[in-house]
Design a protein around this ligand. Sequence first.
Ligand SMILES: C[S@@+](CC[C@H](N)C(=O)[O-])C[C@H]1O[C@@H](n2cnc3c(N)ncnc32)[C@H](O)[C@@H]1O
Length: 267
Amino acid sequence: MPDWPAWLTILLIATNLLSLVALFFVARRMLKLRRQKKRAFAFSGYPIRKAKLEEVAPCFEMTRYGPSPASEVRFIGGEGVVASLSDRESWVMAVLAKGAKRIFEFGTCTGKTAHVFALNAAPDAEIHTLTLHPEDLAALEFGLGDDKHHRDVAVEESAFETFFYNGQPTEKNIRQIFSDSKAYDESALRGKVDLVFVDGAHTRTYVESDTRKALNMLADEGVILWHDYKPDAPDVFAFLNELSKQLPLVHIAETDLVMYRRTAGGN
Ligand SMILES: C[S@@+](CC[C@H](N)C(=O)[O-])C[C@H]1O[C@@H](n2cnc3c(N)ncnc32)[C@H](O)[C@@H]1O
């Protein structure tokens, strides 16, 4: 039997390795397409009623010159930072923050929205903003059915321990809380918060727990806003669609924001 040449062995190993790499990329692409298809199939429109800005606050009423001076706010435009809101969303949030005495945010990230809240709230307002410290990722307690992709996002976005507002005049109004939101005890703020922004981990068990705490903290006439009401955040989307059967939620037009306003003595 003739000798097996060394170059043939090397060639065989190289082609096998190349096939494995190609197989890996094809499988990854196929899994991604399958996930997208599953989401597209489950998607049958946005069930929560859409509300025009005028319904969100009277100051959004249009004039013949465009938006009214009553809707003037202070904010920083541009949408390039991690997990940032759109400019329209920042405008809406800033209007709703105007005059608020106490605001609570689930999910600080860069701290840009906390800064915007403080720029527009009452001069003596308290802005409480809660986030997970990058060295405390082990505290995350996902549920079994929590969306895998958004588990990873929660970890990636928990990268900040200093914030946009540091060194700014707004800092004196901002109370930074480092905690996993499921471990946070909201009882000291029960019924005392004018505006709650739910924008922490976008997985089912977290958005459910953050919402329960938001409702506990909400004052009469207070407002809760949730971010990322869209099929791409499937746990938030499904949870809010279910919640809208119990609470009068509205989807603010041309934003990914959903809003609930508590009427005196309401839920
Ligand atoms: C979408 S970003 C928030 C963006 C921010 N609200 C803004 O408008 O700029 C999500 C934030 O939630 C935080 N987060 C994720 N999981 C959390 C958890 N289990 N407990 C507390 N914070 C969490 C992340 O650290 C990140 O800062």
